[in-house]
Design a protein around this ligand. Sequence first.
Ligand code: PGA
Length: 254
Amino acid sequence: MAALIGTSWKMNLTLAEADHWLSTFRPLAGELPWVDFFVLPPFTALALARERLAGSGIAWGAQDVSPFANGAHTGDVSAAMLADLGCRYVEVGHAERRRDHGEDPAMIAAKVRAILGVGMDVVLCTGEPDEAPVEVAIPAVMADIGRCLDGVVTADLGRVVIAYEPIWAIGEGRRPAPSDRVGHIHRAIAERLGGTGANRSRIIYGGSVDAASAPRLLAEPGVDGLFIGRHGLDPLGFAAIARATPAPQQAGIR
Ligand code: PGA
């Protein structure tokens, strides 16, 4: 399966900056046809992403969604609205939303059901708060995934990307988790989630990934891709990270 390399701009980029990012990155992505890309701009730049990425094969989507279908929820945006706009992905469960908005797994699960219910794909972020031994981190992560995917059937797992994002590795001043730890945890998640072929979740790693750390993270069995924050805000930096994905040995193999 192709590596999945995504970025969330978080609360960054004006429309002019977004335009620059999208027009710079589009041709660079074209040089890496063996990579699956997704970009998650803020709501304000989604319509621009639709316009600038049309026909490119680069997927795009939103960083949040309301758990409610419609109605009196001022300031919120529904899954149906995002699907109508053309979003493929919606991110949920990011540590910053849990921190800033008190989102708990029940709320995240409601958002997951809303996203899947209108045919979009989920990027579910999960990760342990501190660098605990893997024997402690794995059950914590699995418990969170179980609660956030409450009500999701195995047949839908192929539409759920798990972004393993240890909270202690996210953001300015942090470093990526060691790649052997990441691989260990990804393989444990894959084994416990089950699902095969098209019904298998892709498991990508996020947390301070840059061009220097990407090759060793991607070389780890169980790492299906990467989720990039601050080092993806520069489209050239994002493309440099994506170049770490090994090209297929033979044309036609993905
Ligand atoms: P970072 O963000 O790459 O800036 O650490 C990652 C994320 O939050 O997904």
